[in-house]
Each structure stands twice: as structure tokens, then as C-alpha cells.
Design a protein around this ligand. Structure first.
Ligand SMILES: *[C@@H]1O[C@H](CO)[C@@H](O)[C@H](O)[C@H]1NC(C)=O
Ligand SMILES: *[C@@H]1O[C@H](CO)[C@@H](O)[C@H](O)[C@H]1NC(C)=O
Length: 329
């Protein structure tokens, strides 16, 4: 019995080492020294256990999505989102958006839509470890609207926003609840946003503002608000106008999402709400679960080639319709 147990334990250790080596190879992981590697390995093995436990729940029908090893599996959730010290805190729930003044057609809202089918969704970007998700999300949204309303395929400059919207922004800063408003307002007031080719991304850094009006890539007249928490309005706008930038609350299970419709009953039970900004590029239903189709900016290693399906019509899960904004070209 003891021998069997020993055998079982050592087989597990061997498997874990194989998993670790396969992970390092697949994602080209290189560590400073063996101490660092050992530390990363412990996090990885912990995550591996969490993944196994979660996916067991999925096979028992207790969860609607699976998670799995991806590029981020040797990081903690806190590391992916930098230090949690300056995070957006709970009190932000008091923020109310004004009722949207403009006309939103609610007839003819399609039952499902995926703006990728219209050839207007630009490739997935990678923000690396700069907390500039808001800049990447607004750029991805605006690029799609330029495709829809102007028939152009542009690459716009995230760095323009990182450098110019808020002079006090740093890459380790948590998402500010006004970030989307400030960013869209900046693009309105500034007379547009630069092309990425003339204002390229400088990973991990914030520089001085170097916007040049000669190389402007897109302009907007104004931006629109979704009434806080109104998923029907979000559906109407995504279905009839175009993609929408949203802020959400995430945890490690979001970071390691693999497939299915992501629903997390615990995601608002945290101090750090609205820690990420992403783009809703569509919606639909799958196996009886309504979902939002969401574009992330962590490269194609994340989720399903960079995308995640998040629960829709389940009480505004993870705050997806809480702070939602879109450009008006
Ligand atoms: C959207 O709502 C925010 C938060 O209430 C507000 O500051 C902003 O002015 C609104 N913008 C528009 C275009 O309605
Ligand atoms: C737009 O251009 C990029 C870069 O050339 C290309 O990869 C992409 O497929 C084009 N189409 C869309 C919809 O992004």
C-alpha cells in the first residue's frame, strides 16, 4: 500500500515536471536563475491544480467554462495586473452614467452578431505588462468603427493615448474608472488619434506626448454611454452600431480561460473591481448560455485566439455593462 502510494506520488512528480518542461518550451520561457525558475514552477504547479479542480467542476456540470494552461500560467493574478495597491476600489459603484440622450434603434437588433464576420475587427494586440488595457481597448473599438463607417482598415496608436491622455499615468497603475471617458474625450478634443506606424508602441514605458496632426489616423465627433448595467442597451448598441469598450472585473480564472461561457458568481466580491478594459465585439448564445464575445489585448495566447465568451443576461456578470462607451464617428 505504502509502496503504491509512493509510486503514485513519484509518478505525479514526474508528470508535473513534464508539464512544467512542456510549458517552458511552448512559451519560450527563460528565467534568470534556478531560484527564479523554482519560484515560477511553484506558481505554475499551483495553477495546474486549480485548473484541474475547476475543470472537474465543469465535467460535473457545475461550471459553464473550462480553464487551462496558457502563457500566463507561471504568474499570479496580482502580477498580471501589477501591484494591487492603487487599484480602483469598491466605492466606484456609486458612479452613474447619464441616460443616453441619442437615438438607439431597438427594432431590428439581431439575435446574435460577430463583427469579425464583417471584416472590421483588426488583429489582436498585446499590451505586454503595461496596465494600458484602456488604451488598447479604445483603439481596438475605434479601429472597428472606422472599418464599419469609413471602410478603412487602420492601425491606430495606443502609445498616443498612453502618453497623452493623462500625464500622471504609469504602466503599473490600475485602471481608473474615468479612463474610458477621459480617453474618448481626449480623442474628441485632440482632433483625432495618430496612426500606429507614425507613433509606435513602446512597451512598458510612458513618454512625453508626441501626437502629430499630420498623421492622424481617425477622428470622432463624440462618444456614447451605455446606461450603467443595462445589458439590453449594450446588446442594441453592439448589434446595430458596433463594438463597445467595457471595463470588467477579473480574477485568475479569467486569466486562464479556455472555452465555454465564462461566468463567475464571485467576481464582484472583491476590493478590486473594474481592473480590466476590453471590447465587446459581438454576442450570441451557445448551449443555452447567452454570451458576450469579448476581445482582449494579451496576444493570441489568451483564451480562444485572444477572445473570451463572457456570460450575458446573468445580472451584469463581472460588471460588463457597468462602464461601457463607444465612439461616434
Ligand atoms: C458618460 O458618463 C460619464 C459618467 O457619468 C460622464 O462623465 C460622461 O460625461 C458621459 N459622457 C457622455 C458622452 O454622455
Ligand atoms: C487589416 O490590416 C492588417 C495589417 O495589415 C491585417 O492583418 C488584417 O487582416 C486587415 N484586416 C482587418 C479586418 O484587420
Amino acid at each position: 500500500m505504502k509502496l503504491l502510494l509512493l509510486l503514485f506520488v513519484s509518478i505525479n512528480v514526474v508528470f508535473a515536471s513534464q508539464d512544467w518542461n512542456a510549458f517552458k518550451e511552448k512559451y519560450h520561457k527563460v528565467y534568470k536563475n534556478s531560484k527564479e525558475e523554482n519560484y515560477r514552477k511553484q506558481i505554475f504547479l499551483k495553477n495546474l491544480k486549480v485548473i484541474e479542480e475547476h475543470n472537474k467542476k465543469y465535467t460535473q456540470g457545475l461550471s459553464t467554462y473550462t480553464i487551462g494552461v496558457n502563457k500566463f500560467a507561471d504568474l499570479t493574478h496580482e502580477e498580471i495586473y501589477s501591484s494591487s495597491k492603487s487599484s480602483t476600489r469598491r466605492e466606484v459603484t456609486t458612479v452613474r452614467s447619464s441616460p443616453t440622450p441619442k437615438f438607439i434603434p431597438r427594432d431590428d437588433v439581431p439575435e446574435s452578431i460577430d463583427w469579425r464576420d464583417y471584416g472590421v475587427v483588426t488583429p489582436i494586440s498585446n499590451q505586454e505588462l503595461c496596465m494600458s488595457c484602456w488604451a488598447f481597448a479604445v483603439v481596438a473599438t475605434l479601429e472597428a468603427h472606422v472599418g464599419i463607417y469609413e471602410g478603412r482598415n487602420v492601425s491606430l496608436s495606443q502609445q498616443n493615448l498612453v502618453d497623452c491622455v493623462d500625464p500622471t499615468f504609469t504602466c503599473s497603475q490600475y485602471l481608473d474608472i474615468h479612463a474610458l471617458d477621459n480617453t474618448y474625450q481626449y480623442i474628441v478634443d485632440n482632433g483625432g488619434i495618430d496612426l500606429r506606424d507614425s507613433y509606435p508602441v513602446e512597451y512598458y514605458t510612458v513618454g512625453s506626448c508626441r501626437f502629430k496632426s499630420e498623421t492622424v489616423g481617425a477622428t470622432i465627433k463624440a462618444y456614447g454611454n451605455i446606461t450603467e448595467g443595462d445589458e439590453e442597451e449594450l446588446k442594441a448598441v453592439v448589434g446595430t452600431i458596433g463594438p463597445v469598450t467595457v471595463t470588467i472585473t477579473t480574477d485568475f480564472s479569467w486569466d486562464l480561460y479556455r472555452e465555454g461561457v465564462y461566468y463567475n458568481g464571485d467576481c464582484m466580491n472583491t476590493d478590486e473591481i473594474f481592473n480590466h478594459a476590453v471590447v465587446v465585439i459581438g454576442y450570441g448564445s451557445e448551449d443555452g448560455e447567452d454570451y458576450w464575445l469579448v476581445k482582449n489585448s494579451w496576444g493570441t495566447y489568451f483564451g480562444q485566439d485572444g477572445y473570451i465568451k463572457m456570460a450575458r443576461n446573468r445580472d451584469n456578470n463581472c460588471g460588463i455593462a457597468s462602464i461601457a462607451r463607444y465612439p461616434l464617428i
